[in-house]
Design a protein around this ligand. Structure first.
Ligand code: DPP
Ligand code: ZN
Length: 878
């Protein structure tokens, strides 16, 4: 397979002004008729042939302006249909046959539980019909769907329904028209035996919009939260970004088999059922919050993605980075904002930083790819969002909003680039963002070494920041970036923030506006004057840039910040840094075989947290949570899986022993019989209670076991049940684990999304039988390699969240993953290329593990590989 390069971009030779489609649905032989209204693109070179994309299509008929083409008048290969002498204006008619039932890749048109559905982003549409399948070709669509009246009573597509009727042979049809020109990746068709819930929304200009959520009948009682989230998102986008919905109908469909979380097809969003269905008995608080976030995300795409779309797929972060930033802000406004920030940063710092430090590291705007579906990455999404957030930090909200308004107004209906977006931000602010653009082209996580000195005599604080970005594949040398570093100085006497006066080349300047320093050089010293007392610096507040920042904090400094920092994020981060210092010592002790000794300062800091009144209970729950094994691993030069696990368990148990009564008190204070609601307040209570229980269970305290069992049996809601079941199953006692597991499995055998949780809980247990369980559960009737949610719940959970067992020294964990990748490579290449990730990180481990992991990558490489897996394996072994 050959790479595609950003520098080779050419406008299309033709454009399509209108697309008329007809689907005659049948599981193994669906007929798709397409009538494309084509004309030569004014910017293209004259005389270029018309080359349409098409894969896995069986062409039945082709005609231009009503004239059938004969063999020789067009050329077919596995991926294209070429017409050499196409007129400047033409109507091209094609009829193809496709096989949705055989489509296990879940791209294009496929069957899920008897229901037809589509996934066209990025390049699935070419598996439906011959087309100019690229985002800069935008057309209005008119789509007729024909299907069996009994089997497929519901026939949906984008836009507005315009006609429906009966046909012979037990069939019926529906015709849909989408008046908004759109690229093919936003096309969708759904047909099946579905039922709907409806609601209404009145937009800010007073238009009525009908809202529908379509699900399988047994899931009708699981749509309330998604509908509430949708309405909240519609209001939020009007109030926050001035964006109004633009059709009379907005539909969401829940699908069981889906590669991604959801898809923003115009007017017809298709969702992975896991990202839309909730019920207090089946979904955890985390699932409720995910649904809110994803519903918001897909809805927000209507402007950031659909109305203004990407010129080419290298610009993917133009829509994804901006839309993730929008959904993160929405969730922050709906829930605890500091907790949302903590969660997003934790995810970024573990998963995205690891990606940026590994063999698949790529810029937020890549300059080449082999398989675009490999680039729906944490870098494009999460780091892309951080870049937009930095723009917000640099411009301030009001100016940022002006830039956003300008972007939507200027480029409405167009397919544009990242320069167009950043250009609007530069234009409204007057800022020179040339250096800032490097964030899009340079891969790797920048590292900042900070050093501070307080000069008593001059009452000055000198902060020196040194930045460097490590080399990444294909980019050995990096330039300094423009980095917004938000800071505070906390007075050691007063415990309060000191006023910030920056002493620069233009004289003294008050930094009251959020205290953002603009770091632009490789090394820069900032002089803060009129600093009345010795301060502890609070650096990178709110995580103002996606960097690793080192500062030689002592444990006293960190304890101090944990108590006094007014920045909620940095208070939490001070606690994490303090825990990391203790963990580092214990990891060293474990490796050297010396006795482990708990750091009393960490215990005392926790005691302080547990006993002092805390306003934000949700933040408290986060502060009581130790850094994850994955995060700790990120901080190690060579990952020592066993030492990390042992050190973390030791800290947790030591805290539990020392603070048992305090944890018990927290548990009891947060018990509640209130009717379940996914409210910020209740979620905070539940997480605090369950964190406390996890400490008690870490020492298998008798009272803790009793509480966990009671909580499991009470069955109050899935958050509490799952937390309790996890603790029982992850304990060393099979007498408490097995009965609970069995009861849960029997109770929920009919609900695949709950069974996914049952799978994950078992395969993440730290006990040595975890790998055997994975193998055993792969044969369970509720498991299927063809369903991406099952694969993620069983295999994904094991390889990503059960580090000690996946990295077993006999290599069996690696072999199991390779076996799965080899099978998925044939069934579903997109999922295969994702699930393989942990093997690609082999360079981070000891030599023995490196050899074992590499051997499995080589075994995979010897297979007949899809472009997806090929690209990743080649990079991993390069
Ligand atoms: N564009 C989708 C999303 O991120 C993914 N296909 O919403
Ligand atoms: Zn998206």
């Amino acid at each position: 397979p050959q790479p595609v390069y950003l520098k080779d971009y050419q406008p299309p030779a033709f454009r399509i002004t209108h697309t008329e489609l007809k689907f005659d649905l049948a599981p193994s032989n669906t007929r798709v008729t397409a009538l494309l209204h084509l004309e030569r693109h004014p910017d293209s070179q004259p005389g270029l042939p018309l080359i349409l994309d098409g894969e896995k299509l069986s062409l039945q008929r082709i005609a231009i302006d009503g004239q059938e083409l004969q063999e020789g008048e067009y050329r077919l290969d596995a991926e294209t249909l070429t017409i050499e002498d196409a007129p400047d204006r033409l109507r091209l008619e094609t009829e193809v046959e496709i096989d949705p039932a055989a489509n296990t890749a879940l791209e294009g048109l496929y069957l899920s539980n008897g229901m037809f559905c589509t996934q066209c982003e990025a390049q699935g549409f070419r598996r439906i019909t011959y087309y100019l399948d690229r985002p800069d070709v935008m057309a209005t669509f008119s789509t007729t769907v024909i299907g069996d009246r009994e089997q497929l009573p519901v026939l949906l597509s984008n836009g507005n329904p315009v006609e429906r009727g009966e046909l012979p042979n037990g069939k019926h049809f529906a015709t849909w028209e989408d008046p908004h020109p759109k690229p093919s990746y936003l096309f969708a068709v759904v047909a099946g035996s579905l039922e709907k819930v409806e609601d209404h929304f009145t937009t800010m200009s007073g238009r009525e919009v009908l809202l529908q959520i379509w699900v399988e009948p047994e899931n009708l009682d699981k749509t309330e939260h998604a509908m509430r989230s949708l309405k909240a998102a519609m209001v939020w986008d009007e109030q926050t970004y001035g964006r109004e919905y633009d059709l009379d109908l907005f539909m969401i469909v829940a699908v069981n088999d889906f590669n991604m979380g959801a898809m923003e097809n115009k007017g017809l969003n298709i969702f992975n059922s896991a990202a839309v269905l909730t019920h207090p008995q089946t979904a955890t608080d985390a699932a409720y919050q995910r649904v809110e976030g994803v519903v918001g995300h897909e809805y927000f795409h209507n402007w950031s993605g659909n109305r203004v779309t990407c010129r080419d797929w290298f610009q993917l972060s133009l829509k994804e980075g901006f839309t993730v930033f929008r959904d993160q802000s929405f969730s922050a406004d709906m829930n605890s904002a500091p907790v949302k920030r903590i969660e997003d940063v934790s995810y970024l710092r573990t998963a995205q930083f690891a990606e940026d430090a590994g063999p698949t590291a790529h810029p937020v705007r890549p300059d080449h790819y082999i398989e675009i579906s490999n680039f729906y990455t944490l870098t494009i999404y999460e780091k892309g969002s951080e870049i937009v957030r930095m723009l917000r930090n640099l411009l301030g909200w009001d100016t940022f909003r002006q830039g956003s308004d300008l972007y939507f107004a200027r480029f409405d209906g167009q397919a544009v680039t990242i320069e167009d977006f950043v250009g609007c931000m530069a234009e409204v602010s007057g800022l020179d963002l040339t250096q800032f653009m490097l964030w899009y082209s340079q891969a790797g996580t920048p590292e900042i070494d900070a050093h501070g000195e307080y000069d008593y005599a001059k009452a000055e604080y000198h902060l020196t920041l040194r930045q460097r970005t490590p080399a990444t594949p294909g980019q050995p040398n990096k330039q300094p970036l423009h980095i917004p570093v938000r800071i505070g100085l906390v007075g050691t006497k007063s415990g309060e923030d000191l006023a910030l006066t920056l002493n620069g080349s233009q004289g003294k300047q008050s930094l009251s506006e959020g205290g953002v320093l603009h770091l632009r050089e490789a090394e820069q010293t900032f002089v803060l004057s009129d600093v009345a007392e010795a301060p502890v610096p609070s650096l990178l507040r709110g995580f103002s840039a996606p960097v690793k920042l080192r500062f030689p904090y002592g444990r006293e400094d960190l304890s101090f910040l944990l108590q006094h920092d007014v920045d909620g994020f940095n208070r939490w981060d001070a606690g994490q840094r303090l825990a990391m210092l203790a963990l580092d010592d214990l990891i060293a002790a474990h490796r050297n075989g010396v006795e482990k000794v708990m750091d009393v300062r960490l215990t005392e800091a926790f005691r302080g947290l547990l006993t002092a009144p805390e306003e934000d209970q949700a933040v408290l729950a986060e502060m009581l949570t130790l850094p994850s094994e994955a995060y700790i691993a990120e901080q190690q030069p060579v990952v020592d899986v066993d030492a990390i696990h042992a050190a973390r368990v030791f800290v947790k148990q030591s805290l539990a022993v020392a603070l048992r009564d305090e944890f018990l008190a927290i548990y009891q204070a947060n018990q509640s019989d209130a009717v379940y609601a996914p409210s910020a307040e209740q979620i905070a209570q539940r997480s605090l209670k369950n964190v406390a229980l996890s400490y008690l269970m870490s020492i298998e305290d008798e009272r803790g076991v009793e509480l966990a069992q009671q909580q499991f049996e009470a069955g109050h809601n899935m958050t509490d049940v799952r937390a309790a079941l996890t603790l029982l199953v992850h304990s060393s006692r099979s007498d408490i684990a097995e009965p609970a597991l069995r009861a849960f499995g029997e109770k929920w055998a009919h609900d695949p999304l709950v069974m996914d949780q049952w799978f994950s809980i078992q395969v993440t247990r730290p006990q040595p039988d975890a790998l055997d369980r994975v193998k055993y559960l792969m044969a369970h009737p509720a498991f299927s390699l063809k369903n991406p949610n099952r694969v993620r719940a069983l295999i994904g959970a094991f390889v990503n969240q059960n580090r000690i067992n996946f990295h077993r020294l006999d290599g069996e964990g690696y072999e199991l993953l390779a076996d799965v990748v080899i099978k998925l490579n044939k069934l579903n290449p997109e999922i295969a290329a994702r699930i393989i990730t942990p093997l690609t990180r082999w360079r981070r481990f000891d030599e023995q593990r490196q050899a074992l992991m590499k051997a499995q990558l080589e075994r995979i490489r010897a297979e007949d590989l899809s472009p997806n897996v090929f690209e990743i394996v080649e990079k991993a072994l390069a």
